[in-house]
Design a protein around this ligand. Sequence first.
Ligand SMILES: Nc1ncnc2c1ncn2[C@@H]1O[C@H](COP(=O)(O)OP(=O)(O)O)[C@@H](O)[C@H]1O
Ligand SMILES: [Mg+2]
Length: 434
Amino acid sequence: MDREEPFVVTVASEKGGVGKTTLALNLAVYLKALCEDLPVTVASFDNHFSVDGMFAIGPRRAGTVAGLFSGVPASDLARLGEYGVQFLPSARDLQAPDDDSLHLRRAIARSGLPGLIILDTRPILDYFTRNALCAADLILVPVKDRPSLVNVATLRSALGAPESQDRMWIVPSLVDGRLKLRNGIGVGEFLTLSARERGYRVLDFCISKSPKVEGLATGLSGRIHPVLTRARSTAVHQQFRKVASFVLSKFQEPGRSRTTLEKAGEAGNFPPGKVRKLVAECPVCRKNSTEDIGHFFLHLRTRRRGMLHGACLHALLEKLETPAPESADILIVETPEEYAASEGVLLHFFESEEEDLTRETRAGNSRLLSACLEGVIGRKSEEWFREVIFVSLEENRLSGFLTGKAGEDFMALRRKALRSAVGRERRTGPPGAF
Ligand SMILES: Nc1ncnc2c1ncn2[C@@H]1O[C@H](COP(=O)(O)OP(=O)(O)O)[C@@H](O)[C@H]1O
Ligand SMILES: [Mg+2]
């Protein structure tokens, strides 16, 4: 529970034959080559068994990617395969178990799988593709021609909120370098310009079309070979390496997913390890808070952390009509499993002297609260489930929390509060089940 979620890369497009599977499988191999110690797991919702064709070693065993949707822990499904890549065996006939687009995201969050997960999808926007999109921290969309580019609009609208769309990157693919359009511009250039014109983010290079790469998947044995081992002389080799570097850079971004802020590292002179996941702005007023005195916050699952101004926290609690008790040391905010605006959130105040949660209040919802929590969690409220946030009620400087005694005290309090909550849950059943 108290750990980071893996970083999920989804390769999607409503068009078939644009190079999704080739990109997804090779990306896994190149990531391993660039970063040997990074755990990489790949899975496909397509039933072509390409994942198995590239990675499977030894006899087939029970358990496929379908298990993700029937409660089997992902860590039980993953097998160590060729090139050091873990994979989930493909399934012939996947059946949607419900109509919940967050099913996969929850399964992955609970999976205990570390590092990076790459998901290959079917060329339709079905249940599994929607789930893979919702679970993604980064979405790569190969586009090879005008129709496949026009089609990206469907994916974009499936992603909803503009912040969500920022995760999506177009990858111009299967580009024949010799081919020129009537006006003399190359296909790659045309795709890049047209994608930018439509407001998409686009990689600044293309994946070339190469007969040698095409040949890697056509053997009768069903074995599929990576570009890295069999086609190093092609331009695609360098291009896949660049895609892998791009993905790594996204993975390593401070605070990485969604609305996080890269400037944090510059804002204070903190040790590099401490600024990771640092949200630079106060989630209430959205002003930079890294230099200010305030209340430290920590999101349990993602470890996103930052500072809430004293006045901002006060205003928020006032709005919720829940003033902090005088003697409380830490505030715990918990969203219900299915966050509904009408339900609001649970607030717990913890007092270290009492070693108990002083009270639990269900605070009604407000737009300010949702916006604040979105800033802390880094995802839109539609994508929350049982989020837990700790807020120190002591005011201090960020440096005090990151490197000083205030930080040590905060972590000790956090552990105590967790223990107390778990103990109470056993006694009374789960209202607050973090
Ligand atoms: N860079 C490339 N150059 C040439 N052929 C490619 C390249 N990438 C993929 N292919 C071939 O194009 C076809 C479609 O690729 P695939 O990855 O299966 O696409 P999708 O998963 O989108 O349907 C396959 O035959 C594949 O071998
Ligand atoms: Mg495919």
